[in-house]
Design a protein around this ligand. Structure first.
Ligand SMILES: Cc1ncc(CN)c(N)n1
Length: 220
């Protein structure tokens, strides 16, 4: 029976390139250039705005009130909580709301977020969740991976609070809810449908890796 783990196994090399990206390793070692992290944080603000649209699409793609409530909770969590936290966090890194609101969108950001939205528009709610899964689940996995490495440097690491946000109980509970939701849906599909979902999952995973690279290159 396919599961979330089968999706990862189907694109293991791409998954590892995302989870173990240089940007991630430099975060864990505390050696990442501040300007790269700031560039990433700024683009992530724009990412979160598009991500909230994806939850809005999930509301639209829902079939019943239970699915609508779940998607609405995702939308509200981003709009009412995560975006505000992100704005506060950016402030700590010297990035003002005025700067955030006047940013050009990097190409890697456009490619990733519009791909997510397109996968959801063309497909159904499951396609959309699979396009969002590397984001919703991957950050928790990569933060755990960082903490398991011999080179992980917690002491005096300027990125420690960022890493701990994604190893924290709250993120892990949300991540587990998403894995359970996906596993339930994958239990009822045939191999042809699974292959369609592997394509979406692989593309979204590759686009996540490109997002890290955009941070390292400070590219637009
Ligand atoms: C690009 C990206 N991917 C994932 C996450 C974590 N939800 C994020 N904030 N930004």
């Amino acid at each position: 029976m396919p599961s979330f783990q089968s999706l990862i196994d189907s694109c293991r090399d791409d998954w590892n390139r995302y989870i173990q990206h240089d940007f991630v390793q430099q975060l864990g070692k505390g050696t990442l250039a501040k300007s790269c992290f700031q560039h990433y944080l700024k683009q992530d603000y724009l990412f979160l705005i598009q991500f909230s649209r994806a939850w809005g699409l999930a509301v639209y793609k829902s079939h019943d009130i239970f699915e609508i409530r779940q998607a609405l909770a995702g939308l509200k969590a981003i709009v009412d909580v995560e975006l505000d936290l992100h704005i506060q966090y950016c402030k700590q890194w010297g990035i003002s709301i005025q700067e955030l609101d006047n940013l050009p969108e990097a190409k890697a950001n456009i490619a990733y977020t519009r791909y997510m939205l397109d996968a959801g528009q063309q497909g159904d709610l499951l396609d959309l969740h699979i396009a969002l899964a590397p984001c919703l689940i991957g950050y928790g996995m990569l933060a755990n991976w960082i903490q398991e490495q011999s080179w992980y440097q917690a002491h005096n690491n300027p990125y420690l609070s960022w890493i701990e946000m994604y190893t924290g109980d709250e993120f892990h509970a949300a991540m587990q809810t998403e894995i359970n939701w996906i596993n339930q849906r994958l239990a009822n599909i045939d191999s042809q449908r699974f292959e369609q979902l592997v394509k979406i999952f692989t593309n979204a995973t590759r686009l996540e890796a490109d997002f890290w690279q955009m941070g390292l290159d400070k590219s637009y």
